[in-house]
Design a protein around this ligand. Structure first.
Ligand code: KIV
Length: 271
């Protein structure tokens, strides 16, 4: 990261300018302090405190039971660990769907009590009233379309979304509606790359892809996936930049053997 980049706080406005300049936006998820500090130091532009915490931190099968309190806990830790990156937090299932008022109260709590700089919510034009209510109240909103994990039981499958013309047109319409409602960016998850391109060209706000091809304005991955730490399944869109599960297993086994064989601690590690 250059010194210039280091000093400049990322904002929703700077993300918009990045899209204008064709500067791709790098985003990853964060849930704890050490990881957030390292991601920030590496120059990651946007840290998402994702409700993927349900799967990669809590070991659950889906994100559905993640609570507002859990997001508050993770977001507080991440927001106080970061100097440059924009901190966006997921609104968990049923914290924004019931009414725009309830969504405003919950999003406001995430900002006031946990230092979130923006919130993300899953879903299309049906939530435009919520997006408008939040943005009118000074809460930046990131949309999330395509394979939205909180709707997994409605989809019934993790397959690629937007493959039929009808579904693809609906996702494009939703993206335009969210942008018109005031969203500052939209995550596009697991859709064909041509659809990622169409949406990116159709809207003025940045698109952040996860399995949505190379034409999006930015890319996001779950950090535990790209580190090779979460290995239960490996979707095609995840590139492993490390094999941390293997490295950690090796370290833990070595420690266990050293303790059992009396090799740890040695004289230098003792007082
Ligand atoms: O919860 C999350 O980590 C997400 C990303 C997969 C975009 O929503």
């Amino acid at each position: 990261m250059s010194q210039h980049q280091e000093l400049k706080k990322v904002t929703t406005e700077s993300l918009r300018l990045m899209k204008g300049k064709g500067r791709k936006i790098a985003c990853l998820t964060a849930y704890d302090a050490i990881m957030a500090q390292l991601l920030d130091e590496a120059g990651i532009d946007l840290l998402l405190v994702g409700d993927s915490a349900g799967t990669v931190i809590q070991g659950l099968a889906t994100t559905i039971s993640v609570t507002l309190d859990q997001m508050l806990y993770h977001c507080r830790i991440v927001s106080r660990s970061v100097k440059r990156a924009l901190v966006v937090v997921d609104m968990p299932f049923l914290t924004f769907q019931i009414s725009a008022e309830e969504a405003l109260r919950n999003a406001g709590t995430l900002m006031k009590e946990a230092g979130a700089e923006a919130v993300k919510l899953e879903g299309g034009s049906v939530f435009c009233n919520v997006v408008r209510r939040l943005t009118d109240s000074g809460i930046p909103v990131m949309g999330h379309l395509g394979l939205t994990p909180q709707s997994i039981h409605s989809f019934g499958t993790y397959r690629v979304r937007g493959k039929t013309e009808e579904e693809s047109d609906k996702i494009l319409e939703d993206a335009i509606a969210l942008a018109n409602a005031g969203a500052f960016a939209i995550v596009l998850e697991k859709i064909p790359l041509e659809l990622g391109k169409r949406i990116t060209e159709a809207i003025a706000i940045p698109t952040i892809g996860i399995g949505a091809g190379p034409h999006c304005d930015g890319q996001i991955l779950v950090t535990h996936d790209m580190l090779g730490l979460f290995t239960k399944f490996h979707p095609r869109f995840v590139r492993h930049y490390a094999n941390m599960a293997e490295d950690m297993l090796t370290a833990f086994r070595s420690f266990s053997e050293d303790v059992q064989e009396g090799r740890f601690p040695d004289a230098h590690e003792s007082y």
